[in-house]
Write a protein that binds this ligand. Structure first.
Ligand code: GDP
Ligand code: MG
Length: 752
């Protein structure tokens, strides 16, 4: 070992080579921030890093990866914000990501942010991180609330029992944050090769764990990533992922381990009538209870936050008022969104209109101009203009989540869910997918990993794409604005309910036919109510809006261009275009020959416009997309869809955002005159092919038909077979078609 790395034991071997003494200002530390959801991690992360953050995605999953750098005395700390989790099993993407970051990226130490008033539940994660052998410092957060509730925590005693640094923090004000970070860095440096925490798992499991550990150590299985004992415990917990990794690394060892597992789990089943997983959980909780026993926590008085929460819950989760209040809150949310959001939406639309006009004046005639103006600007502009509305909606959603009310919604809806063969935990995936507004089916499908019964999971993930996700909102907003003016909020509200109805009824159908089986019981905790800060609301709202914009900015530009190409090529033969062009030319000549302000100018201009539209339509119909759309027209006519709408529906399978974008392009191709670049809404309103019935049928079709491409890929991953993907596409589209045809047929009779 070189002199330098002796001086600075945290320096990775290699960096200090050549006897170079590392100057103090180059000292670096990589620290991970872990904790249960809602423990205040994001708040702490922002307090540490301010604006110096980098947000990305973990490869292959939709879990966000946040990193930030800041200086702590003489050390440059890189802080990694791990996703919020309760445990380190492999049941959710968040848990897997957390595990992999901890094992593969081996941070110097973890700062575990825990909600001080729910210590027992929070420590479950702490213990599991300690079992991985990574140095942990415990931040007892929300101490302001704990103190107000009359709670005292003897953090010194807690730290001694756990053998880790413990500090009291208030992430909102920054109290104690610096101290706990400094403690974590120092602790990590002292304990780089720390022995992992060893909990006793009882007389049945301990010998098996020891035997497995020996086997794993001898064969050096996955030694760079995991501690052998950790692998052994995970295998006994029935962790598929670890089992798979071991099998790949050392197949013969995996077999022996499996035998050991089978023997002990059969024994435990026979003697204790329990699973090994349950026994492990029991002993972990036992350990935590031991740590917390006698003197760590003391309470005085009963001026409890929980007391207020209990009072509020008497009203908010009341069997009668609860659901009424819930519907009322959701309704107000929609109403306010529309009233307030209309203004900025108009500004954004005007901005893109101006941009399109300006560019079409500058650019020369031809494909480039068509690509930029009709392809990119109209396509992206159509989507971006809905961002203000979506932001306001996300702000409400953030409020519902941060205040703790979202959990009450889940709790109330749970009673209904059982009746449909689903689980209480299905509520969250549904809500994430857009059950309240503005979600996304992709994280929704991933969130179904928390469902432990494969049947309930399957039923949930196959039906959650019916929710009104954020990408469908622009379609609803557009159509409702044109055909149900003044009733946009009611329309959206009813569509949201329709999405729920379709999802629950389909789930019921699936659970009594193709995925029949028992239901599992429901356990969920209701967090205390809490008034969110404006700052954290804005951050959460911005995070989601940014995700939406990123999608619009990347995938959508690519898709807009592809769709534009599909709608432009093959181009019309010159012979076919000639009659139109001759007609336009002749009309223009006549117009030019007229004296200024002649009375005949107006009808002539109209005739020219008409001829241009016919040319545009002929071109689009001739294109690849037009041909497919036209071929489908006989099938979709009973739903009121013409070939242009069909093109938009096809594009929507690529990404739902593309529906409005494609309609925008389809209807702008028909009108080449930039002077007349009316917004899409005005064009649809004026088009004789569209009516209220068409609008209604379109909205219902978009709500229910095939999930988008990325969702299908995630479904494949979670459901485990392409068969379910095909089922999802065909069943959903069939259902959507039936509903749209019914709506159109009834609507066109009722509204004439
Ligand atoms: P995360 O889910 O762990 O990222 O939690 P957040 O940072 O989003 O915090 C959840 C809520 O708790 C937010 O409304 C925060 O403002 C609030 N919060 C965070 N830390 C504290 C604290 O120390 N005291 C109090 N009273 N509230 C806090
Ligand atoms: Mg957070």
């Amino acid at each position: 070992m070189s002199q330098a790395s002796e001086l600075h034991p945290e320096t990775p071997a290699g960096e200090g080579k050549g006897g170079r003494v590392i100057p103090l200002h180059e000292r670096k530390a990589r620290i991970a921030l872990a904790g249960n959801p809602n423990s205040g991690k994001t708040t702490a992360f922002n307090a540490y890093t301010g604006s110096r953050q980098h947000v990305g995605n973990y490869p292959g999953v939709t879990v966000e990866k946040k990193e930030g750098v800041f200086r702590l005395d003489d050390t440059e700390v890189t802080l990694v914000d791990l996703p919020g989790t309760y445990s380190l099993t492999a049941y959710s993407a968040e848990e897997i990501v957390t595990r992999e970051v901890l094992s593969r990226e081996t941070p110097l130490a973890v700062v575990d942010v825990v909600d001080a008033s729910a210590l027992e539940r929070n420590l479950l994660l702490t213990v599991q991180i300690m079992e991985m052998g990574i140095p942990v410092a415990l931040a007892l957060n929300m101490m302001d609330e704990a103190r107000r509730a009359g709670m005292h925590i003897n953090s010194e005693m807690l730290g001694r029992r756990l053998g880790v640094p413990v500090g009291e923090t208030v992430a909102r004000t920054g109290e104690g944050l610096k101290e706990i970070m400094a403690a974590a860095v120092a602790f990590g440096r002292e304990n780089a090769r720390r022995e992992p925490l060893r909990i006793s798992y009882g007389p049945d499991l301990d010998p098996v764990i020891a035997e497995m550990e020996t086997l794993l150590t001898e064969r050096r299985v996955l030694e760079h990533w995991y501690r052998p004992r950790w692998i052994a415990v995970k295998l006994l917990e029935g962790d598929e992922r670890v089992r798979e990794e071991v099998r790949e690394a050392a197949p013969e060892v995996a077999e022996k381990l499996q035998d050991l597992h089978d023997v002990v789990s059969a024994h435990i089943r026979a003697t204790l009538n329990a699973s090994t997983e349950a026994i492990i959980a029991d002993y972990r909780y036992g350990y935590i209870r031991g740590v917390l026993s006698a003197g760590v926590i003391s309470r005085e008085g009963h001026r409890d936050r929980m007391a207020l929460t209990d009072k509020l819950d008497k009203v908010f989760t009341n069997a009668l008022f609860g659901p009424l209040i819930m519907l009322g809150i959701l309704y107000v949310m929609f109403q306010v969104t529309f009233d307030v959001g209309a203004y900025p939406q108009g500004w954004v639309e005007d901005g893109f209109g101006w941009l399109g006009d300006t560019l079409s004046d500058i650019l020369p005639e031809g494909f480039l101009k068509s690509l930029v103006v009709s392809g990119i600007i109209d396509g992206v502009g159509g989507v971006v203009s809905f961002v203000p509305l979506i932001m306001i909606m996300f702000l409400f959603v953030a409020f519902l989540e941060d205040s703790g009310y979202m959990a009450r919604i889940a709790y109330m809806v749970d009673r209904v869910f059982r009746a449909f063969g689903l689980h209480g935990c299905s509520v969250m995936p549904y809500i994430v997918a857009g059950g309240i507004a503005g979600g996304c089916a992709i994280p929704g499908v991933m969130a179904t990993r928390t469902l432990r019964s494969p049947r309930e999971k399957l039923a949930t993930l196959l039906t959650l794409p019916y929710m009104a996700c954020g990408a469908k909102l622009p379609v609803f907003l557009l159509v409702a604005g044109v055909f149900f003016p003044g009733n946009e909020a009611v329309t959206l509200f009813l569509l949201t309910l329709a999405g729920w109805a379709a999802a629950l009824l389909t789930a019921r159908l699936l659970r009594s036919t193709v995925i029949r089986g028992e239901s599992t019981p429901f356990v969920m905790e209701l967090p205390p109510y809490r008034l969110p800060t404006l700052r954290s609301l804005l951050i959460h709202c911005w995070e989601r809006t940014w995700m939406y914009l990123k999608k619009a900015g990347t995938v959508l530009v690519a898709i807009s261009i592809l769709i534009w190409a599909g709608m432009t090529f093959p181009t019309l033969d010159p012979e076919a275009a000639a009659p139109y062009e001759q007609r336009i030319g002749a009309l223009e000549d006549r117009l030019a020959a007229l004296p200024p302000d002649a009375a005949e100018a107006a009808p002539l201009n109209e005739a020219i416009e008409q001829a241009r539209q016919e040319l545009g339509a002929a071109e689009l119909r001739h294109s690849l997309a037009g041909r497919v759309g036209s071929a489908l027209e006989p099938l979709t006519r009973p739903a009121g869809f013409d070939w242009r709408t069909n093109i938009a529906m096809l594009a929507g399978i690529a990404a739902k955002e593309a529906v409005v974008a494609t309609l925008g392009t389809a209807y702008s191709l028909g009108e080449q005159d930039p002077e007349d670049a009316a917004p899409l809404a005005a064009r649809i309103a004026a088009d004789p092919g569209w009516s209220r019935a068409t609008g209604l049928a379109l909205m219902l079709f978009v709500l229910l038909y095939s999930p988008c491409f990325v969702t299908l890929v995630v479904i494949r991953h979670e459901a485990g077979s392409w068969g379910w993907v095909a089922f999802s596409m065909l069943f959903s589209t069939g259902l959507a078609y039936a509903v749209a045809v019914t709506a159109y047929q009834i609507g066109s009779r009722v509204w004439g």
